[in-house]
Design a protein around this ligand. Structure first.
Ligand code: HEM
Length: 192
């Protein structure tokens, strides 16, 4: 994206970067949510080790997405940006999702996990169950203005399926397909 922009190959660089970073935030949110279901279905417990990195990539792209908005849409005029956030509901929802991602990223280190304790850390990280649907709502609302529902329906279904699988396992207490992972090290502790 940066290369295409700098080399002048884009007709609408701002739109391209805003949308590209928004798309990648959503892809990484979906991959983060998929780690536990895929691990449980396949028994590939090593996948847990990737979850923190994948989750942090969601935050990284959300941050770039937000900075694109703050920088190129509003030239760091925070008061103007705030007016826009409050005025346009689809941006309000995206903003809430981004703000909720901050504590998850901030508590992703081993030291923070130890400081909070496993239980509290898990509770906090269940915010992902709110963040992902808010991301979908943001996307849906934006596309609704153009009556283009195809992609929001696809991503909405993926997120709904991944969340439904987690809830099903939680309430039926179905054991995972593979071995239960060794007593989770702090870095491996997960929500759901
Ligand atoms: C978890 C947080 C977020 C996710 C998952 C997300 C996701 C997305 C997606 C998928 C798109 C559409 C890309 C496309 O058209 O292909 C988008 C567009 C957009 N988002 Fe976000 N977003 C998030 C947070 C935010 C925040 C915090 C803001 C600003 C405060 C924001 C502002 C926008 C804007 C302005 C657009 C483009 C609208 C247009 O081109 O008409 N988003 N976002």
């Amino acid at each position: 994206m940066a290369y295409l922009t700098v080399s002048g190959q884009l007709v609408e660089p701002l739109e391209h970067i805003t949308r590209g970073t928004g798309d990648w935030t959503l892809y990484f949110l979906c991959i983060t949510l998929a780690v536990t279901p895929v691990r449980k279905l396949t028994g590939l417990n090593w996948l847990l080790k990737l979850r923190r990195e994948v989750g942090l990539f969601s935050f990284f792209y959300a941050f770039l997405h937000f900075m694109t908005f703050l920088w190129f849409d509003h030239f760091f005029d925070v008061a103007e940006m705030w007016k826009d956030v409050v005025k346009r509901p689809f941006i309000t929802v995206g903003f809430i999702a981004f703000v909720l991602l901050i504590p998850l990223a901030a508590t992703s280190t081993n030291a923070m996990i130890r400081k909070l304790g496993g239980k509290r850390w898990q509770w906090l990280h269940r915010l992902i169950y709110i963040i992902a649907p808010l991301g979908i709502l943001h996307f849906w609302w934006m596309k609704a203005a153009k009556h283009n529902f195809e992609q929001p329906i696809i991503f909405g279904s993926i997120v709904a399926l991944l969340l439904a699988m987690r809830l099903y396992w939680k309430f039926t207490k179905t054991p995972p397909a593979g071995k239960t992972p060794r007593a989770a090290r702090p870095a491996d502790q997960v929500s759901g």
